[in-house]
Each structure stands twice: as C-alpha cells, then as structure tokens.
Write a protein that binds this ligand. Structure first.
Ligand code: ZN
Length: 117
C-alpha cells in the first residue's frame, strides 16, 4: 500500500507504507522525529563507500597510466575482488582525470600535466 501522506505540493507520497500501517516510515505519526533523524543519519553512513583494502600507491600521470588503472579496476571488479559500486566510483574519477588530461594535451600538446597543479 502507498503512503497516505500528502506533500505540500498536493501530491501523495510515492513511498510504500510500512507493513500494517497507512504511512511510510518517514511520514508515520507513530515514529518519533528523533528516531527518524537517527535512521536518516545511519542511512547516510551506510551509503558512504570505502574500499575494503586500500589500493597500492597509484600514479596517474600519463594517459597510459589511467588506461592501466581502469583496466585493473575493471579486472578486479569482474573477479569479485572489488565492490562494483566502489569500482564504478573509481572509474568515474579516472574518467574525469582522463578528460582533464586530454583537455590539457589538446591545449598544450604535451602529456605533462603535473605543472598545472
Ligand atoms: Zn510517505
């Protein structure tokens, strides 16, 4: 059953109601604000992602380094050695880094990005 709470916009809440209740967890009048706040904070902590083990020292200076890094991350995730969400984050960061590097190369005609930081 859908939560019966009506949002200030006039739209009905889209969350599912808690079992044997007419409201979702966050709109339930039976759950105190303090409990809801604590649950929200806990949810935030659960969403924070950390690698189980730190990766060995990584130097991403040239495009080939980034390519190698991405290849390693994908390989580890594929073998089940790394959380796929963590791998996705690392690939995202590596992609951003690669794009920055590529933009620099296009501008300066060199792979030496270190002197721009
Ligand atoms: Zn609701």
């Amino acid at each position: 059953m859908r939560c019966k709470y009506v949002l200030p916009s006039g739209e009905q809440c889209k969350a599912n109601a808690v079992k044997n209740s007419t409201h979702c967890y966050f709109h339930s009048p039976l759950i105190s604000e303090a409990e809801k706040k604590a649950a929200q904070a806990k949810g935030g902590a659960n969403r924070a992602r950390k690698l189980d083990q730190p990766l060995p020292g990584i130097k991403l200076e040239k495009l080939a380094d980034v390519k190698q890094f991405m290849s390693n991350v994908i390989g580890q995730a594929a073998k089940g050695e790394m959380d796929t969400r963590a791998a996705k984050d690392l690939i995202y960061m590596a992609t951003e880094w690669r794009n920055t590097q590529t933009a620099y190369i296009n501008k300066k005609g060199s792979e030496d990005i270190c002197d721009i930081f």
